[in-house]
Structures are given as structure tokens and as C-alpha cells.
Ligand binder design. Structure first.
Ligand SMILES: NC(=O)c1ccc[n+]([C@@H]2O[C@H](COP(=O)([O-])OP(=O)(O)OC[C@H]3O[C@@H](n4cnc5c(N)ncnc54)[C@H](O)[C@@H]3O)[C@@H](O)[C@H]2O)c1
Length: 408
């Protein structure tokens, strides 16, 4: 199958490509891939773990995926160099197409000299036509699009242009650039071409009503938002414990530090806001009330792609006694994220092949802010994913959707 990566030269995208090619050549095993668990037996017949890659980028666009992967490797040394050497020839053949950076905020502007269509005076309609051609020419109805581009600022929601597909098309035709941004243009291009779309970022992507309408109309599956890989994964795995024991969480502090380009982009308040909303909302969704919360993300250059989270939880038990829980998560972002890119691609592709379309809520397991469901409890999400997979392709109307109505 084909995977079209938005943000193809990023550390997550390049690590996913290195991993996929290394897996294909048996240089590495499938450790870290959810889709290779025995629960998802049979997926290899529908979505084999062999992938061709391409994508859109806005920087280093004349360079190939190996050049980009090597730059990230030199900074991070986040896996054995022999692995990169083993897939060099495969990555040398992968060259990105120029994309759009429309309204991506000062964080993305800070990445350096950008090559993007709107800088050359293209209209919105012209941009989406090029994006559609690029994607469909490569994917040819045999793959998916995954957004792994930098986080955009929170979108300025417009009832006129985002609420209906008709309004969205008007926005494109009338070139209303204030209300459009890159991630929604990419999502529109993919869904318009009937290609499944996964949003690994907190950017808006396909989550506006207009694009959900397009996905239903064109019978395309999509899922997002924002990959759940680190501190939020731990948080949504541990947070339900307090709920099960009927203990009240008074407050939760999460302090995240990271380096790298993701850290550089998130050091800008506008870009950071999307991420904080995404990370912070899980507590209210878990408990049904909002514990006092501090959620901070700060740039720490020397960490490069390592992300460290310090969490402090203050909780109240029997007799009103207050107790404390602390944890430290020290992860390598791209190593946690890369296998999920391949998993999300395989599940979305499988969904398409089995006739599923619209928001695939059952893939919420992979995301911090899953679309159209408030279930953030990792244990429940995993059960839902398994159940959904087991029932895929069965006639509609079976209880597979019903399990989502049981609350968080
Ligand atoms: N564990 C994780 O690493 C993790 C978890 C959840 C979400 N994410 C999200 O995944 C995304 C990628 O993370 P990363 O660490 O690879 O970041 P990165 O900065 O290394 O890569 C992002 C890439 O996207 C490119 N880009 C930016 N805007 C673009 C646009 N409009 N069109 C095309 N390309 C564009 C950049 O040039 C860069 O090469 C971020 O949004 C991040 O928040 C990462």
C-alpha cells in the first residue's frame, strides 16, 4: 500500500519510512507495531506491512528522504545507524512535492526558508487542485494520507465556511484565505480524491463539519486527531485508576520539555495552544469534572527528540485524606510515533477495503483528541479497537457502534 505523508521530511515521517523499509528487509522486528499484535491477525492479508512512500513538504523540498532522515539521525542518534544504512537506497528514491503552509503560524515560519504555493500567489482553488493531483497520482486508490506536519495554530472557526461542504467550496472558489489553513486543504484534497486520511497532529485537518460531510458523501474513512504517544498515553492509562477506586483527583500538573523542530514550533504560543488543548481535555473527559490542571510545554534544545514529562497528581481518598502520585516519562518521540503512523495507515486502509467510512471513532486508541467520541481511557479504547476489527466487514447494525455509547 501507499502512504502519502504531509510533512514528509519531519523526524516522525522519516523515522516511519526508515522503520517500514527496515521491517520489509527484516533488519528489524515488528516491536512497537500495534497492528502486528495477535488480536489483529489477518490484517496482513488486507493491508500488508509493505509500504511505498511519498508526500508534501515545505522545506528541503529538493532533498530526498534519506537526506532528511540523516539530518534527524545526526541530531538524535535515536536508533542504530546500521538500520539507516540498510534502507539508504530505498529512501534515496523518495522525493517530496511542494505543499502549502497557509496560516501555519509563526512556529512553522521559524523553520527557515519555506517553499509553499501561496507564497507564489496561487489561489485556494489552484492549491487544492495541485494537492489533489499530487496525491491521487501517487496513491492511485491504493493507500492513505497521513498528516505528520508541524502543529498549526487553533483555527478561527467560521460557520459560513467550515460548517457545510457547500460553504467550504465557496471559501475555496472565493479565495477566502483568512479562514483556510494548510491542514484542512490537505484533508479536503485527500477526501475529495476518495483517499483515507489520518491526522496525527492536533491541527484541525478533517475535523470540521464540512469535511466530515465530504467524507460521508465520498464514502471515505478518516481518523484523528493528535497521536497519543507519550505523557498523554500514560495519563489516560493511569487516570482511570482513580476513577475505578472512587477517588477524587484534585489537581494534575504535567510539565513537558522537548527539543527538536517540534519543540521549536511549539515554543510559539499560537502553535502551542492546539497541543495544550489536546493534552489537557483528557482529564475532563475521564472524570466528568475538571481537576485543577497545569499543562505546560517548553522548549529544551539539548533534549532534541527526547521528550520528558514530569507529572504530579494530587488526589483525595477515604476520610478526605489527600495523597500524591508523581511520575516521569522519558521517551523518544519519533520512536514512539513512527510505528503508529504505519498502524493508522493499515487500519484506515482496512476500513476502506471493508466499506467503512466517515470518522472511524473506534480508532480513538491512537489519538489524544479522538474525533466524535469522549472515550479517552486507553483500556476501553483498546477493547473498542479489537471489537471493531473483529466485526469489520459484517453487515451494518451489529453492536459494534453501540459500545461507544457507554460513556468514558
Ligand atoms: N510522539 C510524537 O512525536 C508526536 C505525537 C503526537 C503528535 N505529533 C505531531 O506530529 C507532527 C510531526 O512531529 P515531528 O516531531 O515529526 O515534527 P518535525 O518538526 O520534525 O516535522 C514536521 C515536518 O512538517 C513539515 N511541515 C510543516 N508544515 C507543513 C505543511 N503545511 N505542509 C507540509 N509540510 C509541513 C516541516 O517542514 C517538517 O519537516 C507534529 O505536529 C507533532 O505535534 C508528534
Amino acid at each position: 500500500m501507499k502512504i502519502w505523508l504531509l510533512g514528509m521530511h519531519g523526524v516522525v515521517a522519516t523515522t516511519a519510512m526508515v522503520g517500514a523499509k527496515a521491517l520489509e528487509k527484516s533488519i528489524v522486528d515488528s516491536n512497537g507495531l500495534v497492528s502486528e499484535l495477535p488480536e489483529f491477525d489477518g490484517i496482513e492479508k488486507i493491508a500488508p506491512p509493505e509500504f511505498d512512500f511519498s508526500g508534501h513538504e515545505i522545506r528541503w523540498i529538493n532533498e530526498d528522504a534519506y537526506d532528511a532522515a540523516l539530518k534527524h539521525w545526526n541530531l538524535n542518534k535515536h536508533y542504530d545507524y546500521e538500520i539507516l544504512k540498510g534502507v539508504k537506497d530505498d529512501l534515496k528514491e523518495i522525493i517530496p512535492k511542494k505543499g502549502t503552509a497557509l496560516n501555519c503560524g509563526p512556529g512553522v515560519e521559524s523553520l527557515g526558508e519555506l517553499s509553499a504555493f501561496e507564497k507564489e500567489g496561487y489561489t485556494l482553488r489552484e492549491i487544492v487542485d495541485i494537492l489533489r493531483d499530487d496525491i491521487s497520482e501517487f496513491v492511485k486508490n491504493d493507500g492513505v494520507v497521513i498528516n505528520v506536519a508541524s502543529t498549526e495554530p487553533v483555527v478561527n472557526f467560521s460557520k459560513d465556511y467550515h460548517d457545510t461542504l457547500e460553504g467550504f467550496e465557496t471559501m475555496l472558489d472565493d479565495n477566502i484565505t483568512d479562514h483556510a489553513n494548510a491542514s484542512m486543504l490537505y484533508a479536503y484534497a485527500a477526501l475529495k480524491e476518495g483517499i483515507p486520511y489520518g491526522n496525527f497532529t492536533p491541527s484541525v485537518g478533517s475535523s470540521i463539519p464540512a469535511l466530515k460531510e465530504l467524507a460521508i458523501k465520498n464514502r471515505v474513512p478518516h481518523a484523528g486527531n493528535d497521536g497519543k504517544t507519550g505523557e498523554t498515553l500514560v495519563k489516560t492509562t493511569i487516570a482511570p485508576m482513580f476513577l475505578y477506586r472512587n477517588m477524587t483527583v484534585e489537581g494534575w500538573m504535567s510539565y513537558n520539555i522537548l527539543g527538536d523542530d517540534d519543540g521549536k514550533v511549539l515554543a510559539h504560543a499560537e502553535n502551542k495552544e492546539s497541543k495544550v488543548i489536546s493534552k489537557d481535555s483528557v482529564l475532563e473527559k475521564t472524570y466528568g469534572y475538571s481537576p485543577y490542571s497545569i499543562c505546560e510545554i517548553r522548549m529544551f534544545p539539548s533534549l532534541v527528540d527526547n521528550k520528558i514529562a514530569f507529572d504530579f497528581v494530587h488526589f483525595r481518598g477515604f476520610l478526605g485524606s489527600k495523597m500524591k502520585f508523581y511520575f516521569i516519562w522519558d521517551g523518544i518521540d519519533a520512536i514512539l510515533a513512527a510505528p503508529l503512523i504505519l498502524d493508522i495507515a493499515r487500519f484506515l486502509y482496512t476500513a476502506k477495503k471493508r466499506g467503512e467510512y466517515g470518522v472511524i471513532r473506534e480508532m480513538g486508541f491512537f489519538f489524544k483528541s479522538p474525533m466524535d467520541t469522549d472515550i479517552v481511557n486507553t483500556h476501553r479504547q483498546f477493547e473498542i479497537l479489537k471489537e471493531w476489527y473483529k466485526n469489520l466487514g459484517r453487515p451494518k447494525g451489529l453492536p459494534k457502534k453501540g459500545i461507544l455509547t457507554l460513556g468514558t
